[in-house]
Design a protein around this ligand. Sequence first.
Ligand SMILES: C[S@@+](CC[C@H](N)C(=O)[O-])C[C@H]1O[C@@H](n2cnc3c(N)ncnc32)[C@H](O)[C@@H]1O
Length: 334
Amino acid sequence: MQTNVMTGYADGAVSSLMDELIPPSPVEHEPVMIEQVKELLDPSPGDVIVDATLGAGGHALAILPRILPGGRLIAFDRDTDALSIARGRLAQFESAVTFVHEDFRDLRAGLENLGIRRVDGLIADLGISSMHVDRPERGFSFSKEGPLDMRMDQSQRLSAHTLVNTWSIEDLTEILGALGEERFAGRIARRIVQARDQQEIQTTAELSELVRQAVPAQARYGRIHPATRTFQAIRMAVNDELGALGSLLGSLHEVLNAQARAVVISFHSLEDRMVKRTFAQGKRHDIWTVLTKKPLRASDEEVERNPRSRSAKLRAVQRSAMQSTPAFLSPEES
Ligand SMILES: C[S@@+](CC[C@H](N)C(=O)[O-])C[C@H]1O[C@@H](n2cnc3c(N)ncnc32)[C@H](O)[C@@H]1O
């Protein structure tokens, strides 16, 4: 089992994540909390900015005009489909963008490969994109039939199929409870194990139906689909989303220039708690100033336009003044 699910964050602290699986907003690819991102990241011409989660390039499109002339956007995504969609949308800025197919957990190494030691700003807009949910073949959607996959990076070995068909009942119960805040975690895990003892579980529709069968009748007809939390938990475990965030947060102070800002948007209370704690620790060590005392939330109008923004929490920091090692690696170092 992957270690991330056993963080100290396991006790029933998962907020409403369901919004990630809500159908895409009528305003396609509207980037979440874009005005707040622009204000807090505050990019200027000539800046080198990391978009750690390029997705469809919505935030990138808003940042790029502000860093030109002379600026550069280093755009990470671990999903090649996202990178190719964004490449098309950002075509007019192509010469100012470096696309990186890499997990942001390896941010520092990814930047070093490009000869960059530190940058002037970073945005991370966590989770999956509407593209993931829209494409049944990617296996993220409980409402569209597809293979049990859920890998953001399709070259990764662990898929939802492996997890669902091989993880122990204890591990399944643990992730459903911790990452999905699923009240019926034990019942669902038992139903999955019973079913797979007969025959491997192959599709999202099969899993969805098993969850429906496992929960009590009154939970089958609630506000949200009964499989929402299960799919959420499995997706987060398959992609080790908390582990990746932990690594990103751990390297943030090393890659930000003095006065550089970082903005993180999370959709999960466990993620927000990790961001909050890291930012508070850095503040205690004078590594940075926290720019958001409390997390910022999307306005009612934005939530109405874009339901995915409902559970978004945005936090930002600004790096303090520090030692003056050069921001780019010397030829001997790179
Ligand atoms: C919510 S979407 C970003 C949307 C984007 N900000 C926009 O405005 O279009 C998150 C993206 O981050 C990517 N992602 C999630 N975790 C990642 C990780 N650990 N490393 C790299 N990319 C990641 C996903 O593949 C997805 O494309």
